[in-house]
Design a protein around this ligand. Structure first.
Ligand SMILES: Nc1ncnc2c1ncn2[C@@H]1O[C@H](COP(=O)(O)OP(=O)(O)OP(=O)(O)O)[C@@H](O)[C@H]1O
Ligand SMILES: [Mg+2]
Length: 498
């Protein structure tokens, strides 16, 4: 008998069904991956298990006993912990205080025993092999470190079920390895692990079993060894996806952006390149190579020490993002959560937020045109939302990301810079984004795409720049755009000059 059994779980939000009679069994000592498109119901199902939501139908059995949790604390007391898609640590408390919040050791006088608190945290970290000082304030930690602390917290509650909602979507490859190591250790200790992810490579690396959800329906559970990527994708989206990258060759136009000898001490040095009309320029490199810093500098979010930026042949001074926007640039940043989505407001309002000028006729907003364009965008990007009037807060994590992308795509800039455009986004929606990028290039726009996903860089780019430790180590075109050459430049082992 499986340790955790979900039987016929259904959940409705305002009458709309988010989960439809879903049954899943999770064993001890297994890593069970939950996969499905944005809005499929993954987070909702696991929030029910973790006591944040209650199911409308169905039962949960834990070690053979029926359970029903009144709240998250209730679930934790039953040794079930969930690490959320949106991490919410208390920023000004220390790591140790965060872990033992509400159960801090007290001294004889009934006051907080700080020494003991630190010692407890140190002991815990040593046991599971985490190298973080428990005295550090949470706000000083990286996303990956916060994940590790959250796992440590789960261990401290002796969690037998650990749920991780897209834990690797925002952390570097090196940190991902640390996370895997810890997860494999917990698995060996007999913990049942539920792992939600959109990254297919990762899924096949960690999963013992895989469960697929689609639009709130249970599609199936299979051992990972019996599945391959193509089968998994068709289970997820209900059809075969033959061509993920919609790249259509477009004749490349005149130079629109020239970057000359751009330097920012400690971040990147002497970067020069040209971007043309109709061109999709990929920027590849390992985490920490300086890619994000470079595009942020071009966009005026950081100031360069030296170098020039020319737009259509004329030197421009870009001191802040507003200057950049006036010059026809837009940047969709890597960390889209920070990007001021107005969560309580409607999806439509958020999408049209940056673009009010478009509809400004005689000082009035043309509501009809605006609504039609927003609806087009929602359809094109396949945002799963009941109507443009639904608040963004009710959307799934990936669909919120799509709203941010849509908001910037609506501004139709001449030069669109996208930093990790498909992070956290399911494979079906990725294709839609690639289609949009291709469409923009066909319309005469130019795109810079920073990406850590090599298949995406290879599938979409006309030309690829590779950065390594702040230096431009490669500029690849045509046949040179392949995994081997990109990786060689990214690690700066350029054996032969192309
Ligand atoms: N609090 C809420 N209020 C209203 N609707 C909600 C709420 N939470 C989730 N939903 C809806 O339930 C459905 C499932 O959402 P869920 O967050 O479980 O998706 P997901 O599979 O985790 O997607 P993603 O990969 O994008 O994170 C979506 O249609 C979403 O809009
Ligand atoms: Mg989710």
């Amino acid at each position: 008998m499986a340790y955790l059994q979900l039987q016929g779980i259904s959940k409705f939000f305002h009458g709309v069904r988010a989960l439809n009679q879903v049954s899943v069994e999770i064993e001890r000592g297994e890593i069970h991956v939950l996969i499905g498109e944005n809005g499929a119901g993954k987070s909702t199902l696991m929030k029910i298990v973790a006591g944040l939501y209650q199911q409308d139908e169905g039962t949960i059995l834990l070690d053979g006993q029926e359970v029903r949790f009144g709240g998250p604390l209730d679930a934790i007391q039953h040794h079930i912990s969930m690490i959320h898609q949106e991490l919410m640590p208390i920023p000004y408390l220390t790591v140790a205080e965060n872990i033992f919040l509400g159960r801090e050791p007290l001294n004889k006088a009934g006051l907080l025993d700080k020494k003991k608190l630190i010692a407890q945290a140190e002991e815990l970290f040593q046991m599971i092999g985490i190298d973080i000082d428990p005295r550090t304030e949470m706000r000083r930690l990286s996303v990956a470190q916060i994940q590790l602390v959250e796992i440590a917290k789960a261990v401290s509650f002796n969690s037998q079920v650990l749920i991780m909602d897209e834990p690797t979507s925002a952390i570097s490859d090196k940190e991902i390895e640390k996370l895997y190591k810890l997860i494999f250790k917990l698995k060996a200790d007999g913990v049942a692990i539920v792992f939600i992810s959109h990254k297919l490579d990762e899924i096949f690396r960690v999963a013992d079993k895989i469960t697929v959800l689609r639009d709130g329906d249970f599609i199936g559970t299979k051992p990972a060894s019996e599945l391959d990527k193509d089968t998994l994708i068709s289970m997820m989206i209900g059809r075969d996806l033959t061509n993920i990258y919609y790249k259509e060759p477009v004749p490349i136009g005149e130079p629109v952006l020239e970057v000359r000898n751009l330097t920012k001490a400690g971040l990147f040095e002497d970067i020069s390149f040209t971007l043309h009309q109709n061109e999709i320029l990929g920027i590849a490199g390992l985490m920490g190579a300086g890619r994000t810093e470079l595009v942020e500098t071009i966009f005026g979010m950081r100031s360069a020490d030296s170098g020039q930026i020319l737009i259509k042949g004329k030197e421009v001074s870009i001191k802040c993002p507003t200057d950049a926007q006036k010059n026809g640039l837009a940047l969709i940043p890597e960390d889209r959560k920070k990007l001021g989505l107005d969560l309580k407001d409607s999806t439509g309002f958020n999408i049209s937020l940056c673009d009010l000028n478009e509809f400004n006729r005689c000082g009035m907003i043309d509501k009809k045109t605006e609504a039609a364009r927003v609806d087009d965008m929602i359809r094109e990007m396949n945002v799963k939302v009941t109507s443009r009037k639904s608040p963004v807060v009710s959307l799934s994590g990936g669909n919120q990301q799509k709203v941010v992308l849509a908001k910037w795509l609506m501004t139709a800039p001449d030069i669109l810079i996208m930093d990790e455009p498909t992070r956290g986004i399911d494979i079906g929606a990725k294709t839609e984004i690639y289609k949009l990028i291709t469409k923009l290039a066909q319309q005469g726009k130019s795109v810079i795409m920073v990406s850590s996903e090599l298949p995406e860089v290879i599938g979409m780019s006309d030309r690829v720049l590779v950065l390594c430790a702040g230096h431009l180590t490669g500029e690849l075109t045509g046949e040179q755009i392949n995994q081997q050459d990109i990786m060689r430049c990214a690690t700066n082992q350029v054996a032969s000059v192309h």
